[in-house]
Design a protein around this ligand. Structure first.
Ligand SMILES: Cc1cc2nc3c(=O)[nH]c(=O)nc-3n(C[C@H](O)[C@H](O)[C@H](O)COP(=O)(O)O)c2cc1C
Length: 272
């Protein structure tokens, strides 16, 4: 038990490593959510989205369907070992994320909703056996949703990005083990584009490669999302606009720095 609560997932496979209290995760694996709990969580997602917009003043909500978090634990077949309508086939593994999309769009309006996905994720141990087919199906289902349920955008993480591996290591690992990546995220982008769903891309973008992704014949994304450069540059947009150099981010302060604001509020703005 962690803090009195058993962790939950699509199945019972523990994540590698240890909990914050040092207990190995495999010593206290998750339990699989019941179907009733899945339905309750979908309702919670929608209620939370409603509160965020009506009470907290959010412009919109991005549903987290990426990076090994709960919805992704249903998508990837190395984690989702269920035998009910939420496991097994690609169709079944997409069911929970699609139900959350429908519930959240109904609660706050489809134009205020996006979803983040990471077909090629390794982080937190999700590794699908056939991400190209699986996420193409999911994108097709998203693109085919009726307008009132179709999210404004899908935000995807580039296959080359990994929390631990370098870009070269990640791509070598993907192609050597299981997945041939010819066009990176382009097939997904094209499916979504046909349904009028905007496409955002994240992962190892900087000044040199972001614009190329947005321009030219391929127009491979509608917007680029930045993570680490944004953390390290409080005036990031002005730096890009004006061609000013970027502060280098310090990995050692990303997680658990002391004091916790170190690496978040103390990077300098550009001095001319
Ligand atoms: C300190 C830190 C915390 C992050 N936390 C999350 C998270 O909670 N959920 C998530 O999906 N991605 C998380 N990410 C990943 C980023 O959202 C982003 O996808 C990643 O950094 C790649 O973009 P970048 O190359 O522009 O940094 C985090 C990244 C950093 C550096």
């Amino acid at each position: 038990m962690r803090g009195g609560n058993k962790s939950v997932s699509s199945g019972v496979r523990p994540v590698s490593g240890a909990y914050l209290d040092g207990v190995p995760c495999e010593a206290d694996p998750p339990r699989a959510l019941t179907v009733e709990e899945i339905h309750n969580l979908t309702a919670e997602w929608s209620a939370a989205a409603k509160r965020a917009v009506t009470e907290a003043g959010f412009d919109g909500i991005e549903i987290h369907g990426a990076n090994g978090y709960l919805l992704e634990q249903f998508l990837h077949d190395n984690i989702n070992t269920r035998t009910d309508e939420y496991g097994g086939s690609v169709e079944n593994r997409c069911r929970f994320p699609l139900e959350v999309i429908r519930a959240v769009t109904e609660a706050i309006g489809a134009d205020r909703v996006g979803i983040r996905l990471s077909p090629y994720n390794y982080f937190q141990d999700t590794r699908d056996s056939d991400p190209n087919t699986h996420w193409a199906y999911l994108c097709q289902k998203i693109a085919e949703l009726p307008a009132k349920s179709r999210p404004a955008y899908v935000h995807m993480v580039e296959p080359r990005f990994d929390e631990v591996l370098s870009e070269e290591q990640k791509l070598a690992s993907l192609s050597s083990t299981r997945v041939e990546i010819k066009n990176s995220l382009t097939p997904f982008r094209n499916i979504l584009k046909a349904g009028g769903v905007a496409f955002l891309a994240a992962g190892n973008f900087g000044r040199d490669n972001a614009v190329a992704k947005l321009e030219g014949d391929c127009r491979a994304a509608d917007a680029i999302v930045f993570g680490r450069h944004f953390i390290a540059n409080p005036d990031f947009v002005a730096r890009l606009e004006n061609g000013w150099p970027l502060n280098k981010y310090d990995r050692s302060t990303f997680y658990g720095a002391s004091p916790p604001e170190k690496g978040y509020t103390d990077y300098p703005t550009f001095a001319k």
